[in-house]
Write a protein that binds this ligand. Sequence first.
Ligand SMILES: [Zn+2]
Ligand SMILES: [Zn+2]
Length: 380
Amino acid sequence: MKTARANLLNKPDGHFVIGEYPIPEPCDDGILMKIELCGVCGTDVHSWHAPAEAVFGLEYPISLGHEISGTVAALGKNVKTDYVGKPLKIGDRISICPAIHCHKCYFCTIAKTPEKCTSWKTYGTWPRADREPHFTGGYGDYLYIHDPNSVVLKTATSAERTAFLEPMAVVVHSLLHAKIKPGDTVVVQGAGPIGLLTIACCKIAGASRVIACGRRNRKRLELAEEMGADLTICQLDLPTAEERKQFVFDNSLNLVGADVVINTVGSAAAFKESIGWVRNSGTMVEVGNFVDSGAIEFNPCRDLLEKGIRLIGSFDNEAEHFVRAIPLIADKRIPLEKLITHRIPLGKLEEALSAIENGGIYQGRDAVKIMLDPTMPEEN
Ligand SMILES: [Zn+2]
Ligand SMILES: [Zn+2]
């Protein structure tokens, strides 16, 4: 039997270990995907080091990796098309919504928020990757798409751009909540990959002015401008929260504060500051605090009711967001390639995640998006 590699996290706080496992034959409704690239995501650092109960009760070993681009290596006999009905054949480039939703529970059917599905599970944190079918995450040679509710989409763009489909779906979800209108001033807090993608998409969604706020990394804010930000705030130049708030109000198109603020920073303090930038009756979308970063003091009268704002948490993503993200990853107005700072072989995953955890400098330069390329020789 032919084998291939998967780089599995052996236990909470453990190590990434490359194992050789038999390549599965797809079941009648399954797809075997040959992975071309997998984006390395900051969330995986948390899955690595956070206590298991804090990260959705993971069962180790797990194969992480959920920003996956690949090609169809083998198709089950019942699989004729992708999720939206485009014909599929061997060799086609595809990506996947890693989360799986049941389409039966209250949240899938009545609330119409499948991302809160009561039997939510996801490729990229599938339990017990030491058991068959092993290839359940993006950090390996293959992904075996075996759950019948999997959402697979054919793409018509490069492997690099296709690997951005999952983070782009995160952005689409937050934009559907944001309801941006022409003439709006939008502030995007944070210049990580999600923040940078959000900036580009806000412009395409119709924002008239986008202000990007970053911390201490001026290069990231240059990148924010390349993604379409009209103005940037660097915390080195405006070190106090009062100065930054004044900047937002002075530079909002109607001098009343931001119509929409989208926080992409995983910090409770950043969330609190972001609320202060929203104009009265504006909208605040929280997408950054995907893992618990602590609590803030919140005054329901002053911070919410008096201002009359909409405050929305945007959790994860689901099929609709992926379908809507398909044209965005192919949209050449968004220079996605500029976000890719590193391309590494499978064996360098642990050191890349360590670098993200320790401030984001990897191989001597700022890591925006590291792409894991399993076809790359390990000696590189
Ligand atoms: Zn991610
Ligand atoms: Zn469900």
